[in-house]
Structure formats: C-alpha cells, structure tokens
Ligand binder design. Structure first.
Ligand SMILES: *Cc1c(COP(=O)(O)O)cnc(C)c1O
Length: 362
C-alpha cells in the first residue's frame, strides 16, 4: 500500500515531515545543539536521580510537574530578573510540544497563525498539524523586523496567534523588546515569543513584558544553551490563565517521571551547564571572523549559529562539507533564504574541522 492510498487528512497530503539529517558519524553542526556533553558529575547525579525515580515507575508521574515547574520558575526569575510563580510556567516534551499545545488551544480549524519568515520551520508545520491556517509575512531584506512592518501585518491578517522568534532561527537576528511590545499592543490574539536561544543573547527577555500583556507567551527550551536536547524539555512563561487553558489540551501525564527528574537534576547544575555558553559564543565569533576572511557574508547573529553564503549552488557546498565529514544545515530552499547555509558553533576542534573543510571548498 502506498501512502497515497491511506485515508489521510486532505490538508496533510503531500506534506514533508520535519527531517534534518541525523548522521552521528559526521561532525554535527546542523541542529543548533550545544556541543558540550554533560560532565561526569552531572552524569553521576543523573544516574542517582533516575535510579531513585525508577523505584516508583509503576505509578504515573506528577501530572502537574509541580516541582519541576517551580524550579523552572526560579531559574527563569534569575535569568530574566522577573519574579515568577509556578502557576505561570508550563512544561512539556520540548518547546515543540509546548507550541503544539498553544496551537491546539488557541489555533485550530478556522483560525490563523502568523509568522515573520524566514523563521523556525516548525511553526508552520505545527500549524498544519493542528489544522491552523498559516500566514507568512516576509521580514526585511536584512532579516530584521520593525514595529511598522509587524503592526501593518497584524492589522491586515488579524491572526489568532502570532509567532516572533528572537534570536531568530535560522537568521540569528534579534527583535528588540519595543517591537515585541508594539506587537502585543496591536495583536488581536495570542503573541508567542520563541526564545529558544535566549540564553545566548544579551537582550532582556520578553518575560519582562508579561505583566503588561496577559496574552503574551514566552517559550524556552533546555535543548540549546542548556545542553540537554536529549532530555526533551521545553517550557513557557505566561499568565496563570493561559497555563490553565493549556491543561485542557495536554495529554494526561505527558511528562514522564524520568524526564521530570532528569530536567530537575540538570537545573540543579545550571551554573555548570550555562558555563559552556561563553565557549560556544567564542567559537561562533571565530566562525564569523574566519568566514568573513574568506570573502563570504555572515548575517549578524546573537545565537549559537549563523547564516553564511551566499552560494550559487548551496546544495553542492553542503555536500562538499559533508564529504569532508562536516554536517551543516542547507536552509536554502526556505523562504527568502536562497543561497544560504546555516552552521552552529561546535567545540573548538569541531569548529576547526568545519573551517578547514570550508577553506578547502571556497
Ligand atoms: C530548537 C528550537 C526549538 C526547540 O525545540 P525543542 O522542542 O525544545 O527541542 C524551538 N524553537 C526554535 C526557534 C528552535 O530553533
């Protein structure tokens, strides 16, 4: 039976799944992970904590993940300087699940979500999966966003949900807080600020605007700066009323006991985990300098990755890098991204391998 014969929803026919290549034998610089693995001390603590949790795996986990959410609230409060209650924090299996729940609750059939592209390719895919309409508004040529551009688009399309990713993936560009505030003022529905790369940037978090704007949601993740992508833990800060609505669509016991305990153990090692951020940024800045030295262009970035190019045949450059053992992201088929490739900072040796390979090619 071919997939074409299955009685799949009409709106999913012909769509491609999210599919960044996973090639463990290559130097993987294509999904913006933190390249630093957990320390032996953290690994030992994880083993102990997971071992203790194993003793009660016959029971369902805490459905409300109260302790984890409280610790995430404390972490965010320190990070952003804004006091937060656990009732204002929600967590799920990666911020992708958080965003899916947001669209299940605030999007859906007959409703529309909007994004400023190029941006994170999962936002329109999550919209498709929840049968939410999608409006793509182009960013300016330098991939930034002004209040005027955003407010005009909001007035034209009146979306139920609008996404702003800052620092933006895959461009690395920031959206200033005053632009986000202007969006919150004119958005008719929910505003989601996706701060997956927030810890890499010096810009204050949109969490600072929560008190002023009750329909603002700020999503974050432990997958990037926090170096815990394998744990699958994302979260958001919002009003407690928003969190109560998300409870209507979450699956019961969606966060496993093992996930909760691993995330809490990682949070207890915050200093050590975020201690890698500076090293990552140094490698990123090194990539910027050396790529520019090759006569290529780099888009100014506040994240752990960058766009570089432009290439006449980006797919060929991507393949030539892979032939030399380095996996980067070919984003060139995305909206407004013709000619560009994306790479994230690795460890120093990984970054060296990437730069050496690139020098051979260009
Ligand atoms: C990586 C990324 C995420 C994180 O996804 P998780 O499900 O938390 O791993 C969310 N938003 C953006 C823009 C990202 O780049």
């Amino acid at each position: 039976m071919s997939a074409g014969e299955l009685p799949v929803r009409d709106d999913l026919r012909g769509k491609a799944p999210y599919g960044a290549p996973q090639l463990p034998e290559a130097i993987q610089l294509n999904v913006n992970e933190n390249p630093h693995p957990p320390s032996p001390r953290l690994i030992a603590d994880l083993q102990r904590a997971v071992g203790e949790a194993a003793a009660t795996l016959n029971r369902y986990p805490d459905r409300e993940a109260v302790e984890l959410r409280g610790e995430l609230a404390d972490y965010l409060a320190v990070q952003t300087g804004v006091p937060l209650e656990l009732e204002q924090v929600w967590a799920a299996n990666g911020s992708n699940e958080v965003l899916q729940q947001v669209l299940q609750a605030f999007g859906g059939p007959g409703r529309v979500a909007m994004g400023f592209e190029p941006s994170y390719s999962m936002h329109p895919l999550l919209a498709a999966g929840t049968n939410t309409g999608w409006v793509a508004v182009p960013r300016l040529a330098d991939f930034t966003l002004t209040a005027e551009l955003a407010v005009d688009a909001l007035q034209l399309h009146r979306p139920d949900v609008v996404f702003i990713t800052t620092p933006n993936n895959p461009t690395g560009t920031l959206t200033p807080l005053d632009v986000i505030a202007a969006v919150c003022e004119s958005a008719p529905g929910i505003v989601v600020v996706d701060e997956a790369y927030g810890e890499f940037s010096a810009q204050p978090s949109a969490v600072r605007l929560l008190e002023r704007f009750p329909r603002l949601l700020v999503s974050r993740t432990m997958s990037k700066a926090f170096a815990m992508a394998g744990t699958r833990l994302g979260y958001l800060a919002a009003s407690s009323e928003v969190v109560d609505v998300l409870r209507l669509v979450r699956l019961p016991y969606h966060l496993s006991a093992l996930t909760q305990v691993a995330a809490r153990t990682a949070l207890a090692h915050t200093g050590e985990l975020l201690g890698t951020v500076q090293a990552v940024k140094e490698q990123r800045d090194r990539i910027v300098r050396e790529i520019e030295g090759l006569g290529l262009t780099v888009v100014p970035t506040e994240a752990n990755f960058l766009l570089f190019g432009p290439f006449d045949e980006p797919a060929k450059t991507w393949q030539a890098l892979l032939d030399r053992g380095v996996l980067v992201r070919d984003v060139s088929s995305g909206p407004g991204l013709a000619g560009w490739l994306r790479v994230n900072a690795g460890t120093e040796p990984e970054t060296t391998a990437f730069l050496d390979a690139l020098k051979e090619i260009v």
